[in-house]
Design a protein. Structure first.
Length: 192
């Protein structure tokens, strides 16, 4: 057993923080509503209603990019899900996924949405970050993923949001340079 496997096994099966009983309905709801990234649409709507339309758009864009990346990684990394099919924690979910466990696509999407929100608006991040953490926890608590699946998913999501922010800054810098060039070019062309 590798170090990562031992970490996963110890954290998931020997942890009092992750009982095998049926989770709280809020935990179940977080897991169910985040499937396919659906949870993030009403959250983006609330952000937009709060006057944070730009943040909502960026966060949804990051989640939309992150989700297929998570699916692509899972096609490459074939990993069995935790052996918990008979536990009340797992049976609480209507879904019984059998796809590759790594990474948690719920965590990838949640982290991308949350990190993009935090990079754009710290005030909004105070509202969004607890939801991100709840979704990540829900995937552990319902025994659908190993801890490293969720941690890997969170990392991938954050990296997508950081890349998106970097690309956005580069695009803004290019647009500003083009505007300056358009202003400066006629001045110099008249004197040549």
């Amino acid at each position: 057993m590798s170090g990562g496997d031992e970490l996963d096994d110890d954290a998931l099966h020997n942890s009092e923080a992750l009982p095998t009983s049926r989770p709280n309905p809020i935990v179940i709801a977080a897991s169910v509503t985040a499937r396919g990234g659906l949870l993030w649409f009403p959250v983006a709507g609330l952000l937009a209603l709060a006057g944070k339309k730009k943040t909502a758009k960026r966060a949804l864009a990051a989640a939309a990019v992150a989700m297929p990346i998570g699916h692509l990684v899972s096609l490459v990394v074939h990993r069995q899900r935790p052996p918990a099919a008979n536990m009340p924690a797992r049976q609480a979910l209507p879904e019984h996924p059998d796809s590759s466990s790594f990474p948690s696509k719920h965590a990838v999407t949640a982290a991308a949405f949350g990190a993009a929100t935090a990079l754009d608006d710290r005030e909004a991040a105070v509202f969004v970050t607890p939801l991100v953490l709840l979704v990540a926890y829900s995937r552990l608590r319902t025994r659908v993923h190993w801890p490293t699946d969720v941690l890997g998913g969170l990392l991938i999501g954050v990296l997508v949001a950081l890349a998106q922010a970097g690309i956005g800054r580069s695009a803004k810098a290019r647009a500003t340079a083009c505007r300056l060039a358009a202003i400066v070019r006629p001045v110099f062309s008249d004197h040549s």
